[in-house]
Design a binder for this molecule. Structure first.
Ligand code: NCD
Length: 399
């Protein structure tokens, strides 16, 4: 059976560590200009239905550096038979005979899972809608391990768009596996989805900490606001509510992970938040941070991350992007079984699924594709609540 990576939950902590150990070896070899030809006879297909710079190109670079070959569809939505109305399942059933591994980025939540159910070769998700982005998490965790020497026990602040940003939805589970403490900083409209928080608690025993809890303990000097907006100040036609922003006790953190607002996934007037979140992390903020606090960002950035900190040694986001190559090399090699390193994958069991209910997430792949059976897993300890097998959104079903 092929080993797919569609969610960070498919990998145990031990498996992630194996990937990282191999990435360390590979990185060393790359630095010494040694040839690595683990994938000499292999072909990787990249199918990107959404824009990408880092994910697609670092995967392609990784495969070339492993001695393999790449067939690439960089704008799959427009240039493949998807434009003629071909379903994702049909496309996968064809591509599986052209390549030994497929990297898929798709705009629907749960698309990678559906693809994996229909593929004879490994499917690696390069991001599915606003659901997950497991290989970005591997890069994020690897950067923490390299730059901080460990992940366990670190205090990590996740800031920005935590609702629509898929990188964070994978990252929180990854951080929980390694025993980091997670803090969130986001306006309510951009808070971590409830089902993610619930799963973190039930499956990992991890509770996200919110800044509000700190309020009483903070003195004025500890507090820096996301943006220096005062109550009642008008931005365009809106008035900012006082409680929209929470204070960031920056000195507390070992790493700050910032994300851009996913404008392409938001309808209506919420776009005003982009101006509100501008320069969330800037020079002024970093002045109050510890000397060894690092700043991470999956990139691309918008105005939430100021260019004025790029030269600061604590700015680790370009390294984080660079580590994408050795990390993805290690992942491809392991999933293709061309190294001694064997990993165990932990797939969701579908035995508890109930059928004949539609997923409530309008962006779920099951809403888009014909002939896909909706499946759910019972959420333990929450009455009448089921989790979509594909996109993880929860649904209440009255018996
Ligand atoms: C992220 C993504 O595509 O989700 N980018 C990436 O892969 N590095 C983050 C983003 O687009 O904001």
């Amino acid at each position: 059976m092929p080993k797919h990576l569609v969610s960070i939950n498919d990998l145990s902590k031990a498996s992630i560590e194996k990937i990282f150990d191999l990435a360390d070896d590979i990185d060393e070899k790359l630095k010494n200009h040694q040839t690595i030809d683990l994938c000499r006879d292999k072909i990787m297909a990249t199918m990107f239905y959404e824009p990408s710079t880092r994910t697609r190109m670092s995967f392609e670079s990784a495969m070339y550096r492993l001695g393999g070959k790449v067939i690439s569809s960089a704008d799959t939505k427009a240039t493949s038979s998807a434009a003629k109305g071909e379903s994702l399942i049909d496309t996968i059933k064809v591509i599986q005979h052209y390549a030994d591994v497929v990297i898929l980025r798709h705009f629907n939540d749960g698309s990678a899972k559906l693809a994996s159910e229909n593929s004879l070769v490994p499917i690696i998700s390069g991001g599915d809608g606003s659901h997950e982005h497991p290989t970005q998490t591997l890069c994020d965790l690897y950067t923490l391990r390299r730059e901080k020497g460990k992940i366990k026990g670190l205090n990590i602040a996740l800031c920005g768009d935590l609702r629509y940003g898929r990188t964070v939805h994978s990252l929180v589970y990854g951080l929980a596996k390694f025993g980091a403490t997670i803090f969130t900083v986001a306006p309510d409209d951009f808070a971590l989805p409830e089902h993610v928080e619930r799963r973190l608690k039930s499956e990992y025993g991890t509770e996200v900490k919110k800044f509000k809890k700190f309020d009483e303990q903070l003195s004025a000097k500890d507090v820096i606001f996301m943006k220096n907006l005062k109550k009642g100040k008008a931005v365009k036609d809106d008035v900012i509510e006082e409680n929209l922003f929470q204070p960031i006790p920056i000195e507390y953190f070992d790493a700050i992970y910032v994300t851009r607002i996913q404008m392409e996934r938001i309808e209506g007037t919420k776009s005003r938040h982009e101006s509100l979140m501008s320069y969330l992390v800037n020079k002024e903020l970093l002045e109050k941070a510890k000397n060894d606090t690092i700043v991470l960002h999956p990139l691309p950035r918008r105005s939430e991350l100021s260019y004025d900190i790029d030269k600061d040694k604590r700015a680790a986001y370009f390294k984080q992007a660079a580590y994408g190559v050795p990390v993805r090399m290690a992942l491809i090699a392991i999933l293709l079984g061309v190294t001694e390193d064997k990993i165990k994958m932990t797939f969701d069991k579908s035995k508890d699924c109930i059928l004949d209910e539609k997923c409530s997430n309008h962006n779920c792949i099951t809403q888009e594709q014909e002939n896909v059976q909706h499946k759910f897993i019972k959420v333990e300890d929450v009455e009448n609540t089921y989790r979509c097998f594909y996109c993880d959104s929860e649904k209440i079903v009255q018996n």
